[in-house]
Design a binder for this molecule. Structure first.
Ligand code: GDP
Length: 297
């Protein structure tokens, strides 16, 4: 499908003279290939440009190590720079959930994988961290979404807040908080409603809920295959409600994962998890090394 960057670069450097250090021209030629690789991986143009500039400064004049070819050396420099940008603060996947009951607000557009991810994360918190988790759906517009969460809850063995028809999202959130407190839960997760596009009503609603529960984490769930759109969605949610982290879903698909780089470069928010399939255990902590390897091919 794609030619790997290492292959491309070894081609480029085969044509170049053997020198002791990477010359500016060598690096420029190589970085043209890197740029194509980044764009093919769906990294946005301004992000790719900035990234290349940074790498160019680092690479020029570096002594060529005897044990590797100049091509391999540039790939390593690019790889390390990718990892640096992709790495967020703290432990991968760490969530601020001490002080029970800790609210986690799940936000995002419809179809991005929010409900599935809520259940996957609840399962993970229960099984890996031994937490008692309560989940509640605030999607009053699609009764099917509430049922979906309840079904997933049964499947993963995590409690869901009983559905009371006719309640507003803010009232459901208050009820979830109360139940989590009274029931001795460690964490309660609120699966907010999604829309096909970002709109004022959706944002106002999320803002109100956020004000009521004061979430410890607000996680944006977004389809990793949507590239630049994912980044725009993240910026809008962050401006309006403030997000603490991102979950990129559908990373099991064909995409090369460039959205991850754009996401980090543009929003600066940590990518905490990646969704790798529809099954309930297909959620992993975000590993910068892995995505860097995938972007480079
Ligand atoms: P929501 O509208 O944001 O709540 O989205 P859903 O959780 O209902 O997910 C929409 C569809 O995407 C469902 O069919 C999920 O099984 C699927 N899905 C969610 N996460 C992933 C993922 O990481 N990989 C794949 N392949 N499918 C996913």
């Amino acid at each position: 499908m794609f030619e790997s960057l290492s292959d491309r670069l070894s081609g480029v450097f085969d044509r170049l003279t053997k020198q002791g250090a990477l010359s500016e021209d060598d690096v420029k030629t190589a970085l043209r290939e890197v740029r194509v690789a980044l764009l093919e991986a769906d990294v946005s143009l301004p992000v790719a440009r900035d990234f290349i500039k940074k790498v160019q400064e680092q690479a020029t004049g570096q002594a060529v190590t005897k044990s590797v070819t100049p091509g391999q050396q540039v790939v390593k420099i690019v790889h390390d720079a990718l990892v640096e940008v992709l790495t967020g603060e703290g432990e991968p996947g760490a969530l601020k959930i001490d002080n029970p009951p800790a609210p986690i607000l799940m936000v995002g557009l419809q179809g991005g994988g929010k409900t599935t991810t809520t259940a996957k994360l609840a399962k993970r918190l229960k099984e890996k961290d031994g937490k008692r988790v309560l989940m509640a759906s605030l999607d009053v517009y699609r009764p099917a979404a509430m049922d979906q969460l309840a079904i997933l809850g049964t499947q993963v063995g995590v409690d869901t807040l009983p559905i009371v028809p006719g309640q507003k999202p803010v009232d459901i959130a208050k009820r979830a908080k109360q139940q989590a407190t009274m029931g001795g839960y460690d964490v309660y997760m609120l699966d907010t409603a999604g829309r096909l596009h970002i709109d004022e009503v959706l944002m106002d609603e999320v803002e109100q809920v956020s004000a009521v529960v004061n979430p410890r984490e607000t996680l944006l769930v977004v389809d990793g295959l949507t590239g630049q759109v994912a980044v725009e969605v993240a910026q809008e949610f962050d401006d309006k409600v403030g997000i603490s982290g991102v979950v990129l879903t559908r990373m099991d698909g064909d995409g090369r994962g460039g959205a991850a780089l754009s996401m980090r470069a543009v929003t600066g928010k940590p990518i905490k998890y990646v969704g790798l399939g529809e099954k309930m255990d297909a959620l992993e902590t975000f590993e910068p090394e892995r995505i860097a390897g995938r972007i480079l091919g």
